[in-house]
Design a protein around this ligand. Structure first.
Ligand SMILES: [Ca+2]
Length: 231
């Protein structure tokens, strides 16, 4: 038994320091399966304030070690999801799917993203490593994968937007879905539902449809102008 404990301590001691066990307590929405290697979670509302509101940003900087560069949001959803609406000023760097997020053959070819290409695209933005980088996807799963990649690449201040852009249905204390917007229905299938807790839904933060060249993912630039937007 003592040997077992010693070998356990030895093995865990040899693990890389960035490795974390996915025990459900790491903070992200899927932490039962995805560990957090990045710095912290951040809410959609705080992400909005910290990237769009100058006064809040200077207040935030006073209390957090956020480097000198303006905080940014990296939208890691697919091209068609970005075209379907995104936070104003958010970069589009898709991961782990560039196109055809439902893998629906009727929509065309499925294009996966390579982890190294994702990190390279972020590095091409030439940001100081301590920049507050917020990763965001639809419900906060893909953004965790992306945030972990950036943490491993040496970015020290990566936050994951916990709810994501659309979010998930809110539940009450006993786990029932709830009618947040009081319209008499719980809108599980409606992507614009007020019953989902994300940036564009319950949080009702501004949504942009602009396709600014400098914010788009260069290797697949043509896709932004040929796909149909969706959420
Ligand atoms: Ca409702």
């Amino acid at each position: 038994m003592r040997n077992c404990i010693l070998s356990f301590l030895l093995i865990t001691g040899l693990m890389p320091t960035t490795y974390a066990l996915a025990d459900g307590n790491d903070g992200n929405r899927y932490s039962n399966i995805l560990p957090r290697e990045y710095r912290a979670e951040i809410s959609a509302s705080r992400s909005y304030l910290v990237t769009r509101d100058r006064r809040f940003r200077s207040h935030h900087r006073k209390h957090h070690d956020d480097g000198d560069h303006k905080p940014i949001i990296i939208d890691v959803r697919t091209v068609e999801e970005y075209v379907g609406g995104h936070p104003p000023g958010a970069y589009s760097i898709p991961f782990p799917h560039i196109y055809n997020r439902q893998r629906d053959p009727a929509k065309g070819e499925y294009i996966p993203a390579d982890p190294e290409d994702f990190v390279e695209a972020v590095e091409a933005l030439d940001l100081p490593k301590d920049t507050l980088i917020i990763t965001m996807c639809r419900t906060g799963y893909r953004s965790v994968l992306a945030a972990n990649l950036l943490a491993r690449a040496g970015y020290t201040n990566v936050h994951n937007m916990w709810e994501g852009f659309v979010g998930r249905l809110k539940v009450n204390l006993v786990g029932d879905f709830v009618d947040l917007d009081g319209d008499g229905v719980i809108d599980g299938s409606d992507p614009y539902s007020g019953d989902r807790d994300g940036w564009a839904n319950f949080a009702a933060l501004p949504v942009s449809y602009k396709l600014k060249h400098r914010l788009l993912y260069k290797p697949y630039m043509y896709l932004y102008y040929s796909v149909t937007g969706e959420r």
